[in-house]
Design a protein around this ligand. Structure first.
Ligand code: SAM
Length: 362
C-alpha cells in the first residue's frame, strides 16, 4: 500500500501533542515525493475510434507430401555442372557451324574436275594412316572380311589401293559350304590385284610380302599365283587367260574371272557405270560374282546436303566423290543384284552382283 507518512502518522497516532503533529506534518510535506501525474484517460465518449482492422491472412494449408515424392530431382551442384556443359556444347556447336559455313563457301567456289583419280599418286604413302581411325570407328574391318570371304576361284581385285583387303583372302581352294549351306569349292585359285596408281600398287605388293613370307619360295608361290599390276579397271583384261582343261584336254572356261572384288573404288573413278559394265563382261557368266563395298549418298537428305556442299573440296584433296549415288550407278550398269545392304546412315553400300543372263540382257 502506498500510503504517505502523514496519513500513517495520523492513523496511528492522533493522540500525540499538536506541536509534534505539526512537526510531523511539515516533515511529511518536506519529504513526500511528487507523484507523477497519471495521463488522464479520455472518457469513453471522447476516445478516438480504433483503426480499421486489417484482415489477418489465413495461413496456407500445408499439404501432405505426395507418397511418391523423393525430394529434389537434382542437386544444385549437378544443376550447375549441367548448365556449364550445355553452355560449352552450345559454344562448340556455334564454332562448328561457323567452320562448316566457311568450308562450304570455299568448296563451292572450287572448280574440281570429275576425274580426281591422280590424287592417289601423292597420297599413297599416308593413305593407310588417314583412313585407319575412321575405318576402325565404322568397324570396316569386319565388313571387308565378310565380303572377301565370298571370293573364290580366279579372283581379280580392282582399285586395290594399298591392299587393305589382302589379309582377308583365303589363298588356295578347299571344299566347304557357302553362305546358304550348300557344298562348294571355297578360296582363291589365283589372285590378281590392279590399281590405276603405281604408287598404291607398290605399297600393296610390299604389304603382301610381309603378310605372306612363304611366297619367297617360288615353288609355293606357284601353287596359288598372286600378281600385282598398275592398270585401269575400266579396261582391265585377263593378261594370261586362265585356261583350265578337263581330263580330255578340253577348255573348261574362257577368259573370265570367277570373282571380281572392289572396295571404295566407284567414288574415285571418272566413269563408274562404264567400269562396272566392263567388269560384268569379264565375270564368269553362270556362277561369277562381283563383290562391292562402297561409300556414297545416305538415306537422309540432311546428310546428303552436307556431302554435296563439301564434295568439291573433299574430291580435290582426297580423290574421291563421296556424294555419288551408288544404287543408281549399279542400276544403270545393268548388272543383276543378288544382295544389297547398307550401313552408317546408308552411306556404306555392300553389293553382290552377277552378270545379267543372256536372255535378260537389254
Ligand atoms: C579410296 S581408294 C580405295 C582403295 C582400296 N580399294 C581400299 O578399299 O582401301 C580408291 C582407289 O581407286 C583407285 N582408282 C581410281 N580410279 C581407278 C581406275 N579407273 N582403275 C583402277 N583403280 C582406280 C585409286 O588409285 C585408289 O587407289
Amino acid at each position: 500500500m502506498n500510503t504517505t507518512p502523514i496519513r500513517r502518522a495520523s492513523r496511528l497516532n492522533w493522540a500525540v501533542a499538536p506541536s509534534a503533529r505539526r512537526n510531523a506534518h511539515s516533515k511529511a510535506q518536506h519529504k513526500a515525493p511528487t507523484r507523477p501525474q497519471k495521463p488522464q484517460r479520455p472518457s469513453p465518449s471522447r476516445r478516438p475510434p480504433p483503426p480499421p482492422q486489417r484482415p489477418i491472412p489465413k495461413p496456407e494449408p500445408i499439404l501432405p507430401a505426395h507418397p511418391n515424392y523423393k525430394g529434389p530431382i537434382m542437386s544444385p551442384r549437378l544443376m550447375t555442372f549441367l548448365g556449364v556443359s550445355v553452355l560449352g556444347i552450345s559454344a562448340y556447336c556455334g564454332f562448328l557451324y561457323a567452320s562448316y559455313s566457311r568450308e562450304v563457301s570455299k568448296a563451292q567456289a572450287m572448280n574440281t574436275p570429275t576425274d580426281v583419280s591422280d590424287r592417289y599418286n601423292n597420297t599413297a604413302p599416308t593413305f593407310d594412316a588417314e583412313v585407319e581411325i575412321s575405318e576402325k570407328a565404322m568397324r570396316m574391318g569386319s565388313k571387308r572380311a565378310a565380303l572377301v570371304r565370298i571370293a573364290r576361284g580366279d579372283v581379280l581385285e580392282v582399285s586395290c589401293g594399298t591392299g587393305r583387303n589382302l589379309e582377308y583372302y583365303a589363298l588356295g581352294e578347299r571344299r566347304g559350304t557357302d553362305d546358304s549351306g550348300r557344298a562348294a569349292i571355297l578360296g582363291c585359285r589365283s589372285l590378281t590385284l590392279v590399281d590405276l596408281s603405281p604408287q598404291m600398287v607398290s605399297i600393296a605388293e610390299e604389304k603382301f610380302k610381309s603378310l605372306h613370307p612363304e611366297y619367297e619360295d617360288q615353288e609355293k608361290a606357284r601353287l596359288v599365283p598372286v600378281s600385282f599390276r598398275a592398270e585401269d579397271a575400266a579396261t582391265v583384261t585377263i593378261a594370261e587367260p586362265v585356261k583350265r582343261h578337263n581330263a580330255n584336254g578340253q577348255d573348261l572356261k574362257g577368259p573370265y574371272y570367277d570373282t571380281i572384288v572392289q572396295t571404295m573404288g566407284l567414288c574415285s573413278m571418272p566413269d563408274p557405270v562404264g567400269t562396272l559394265r566392263h567388269l560384268g563382261e569379264i565375270t564368269e557368266p553362270q556362277n561369277g560374282r562381283i563383290l562391292l563395298l562402297e561409300h556414297g549418298r545416305s538415306h537422309y537428305n540432311w546428310l546428303n546436303r552436307i556431302l554435296d556442299n563439301l564434295a568439291p573440296a573433299h574430291a580435290d584433296r582426297h580423290g574421291c566423290w563421296w556424294n555419288r549415288d551408288i544404287g543408281a550407278i549399279v542400276k544403270e550398269s545393268g548388272l543383276e543384284i543378288v544382295e544389297e545392304k547398307r550401313w552408317h546412315f546408308g552411306t556404306t553400300w555392300r553389293y553382290v552382283l552377277r552378270p545379267r543372263q543372256g536372255s535378260e540382257k537389254s
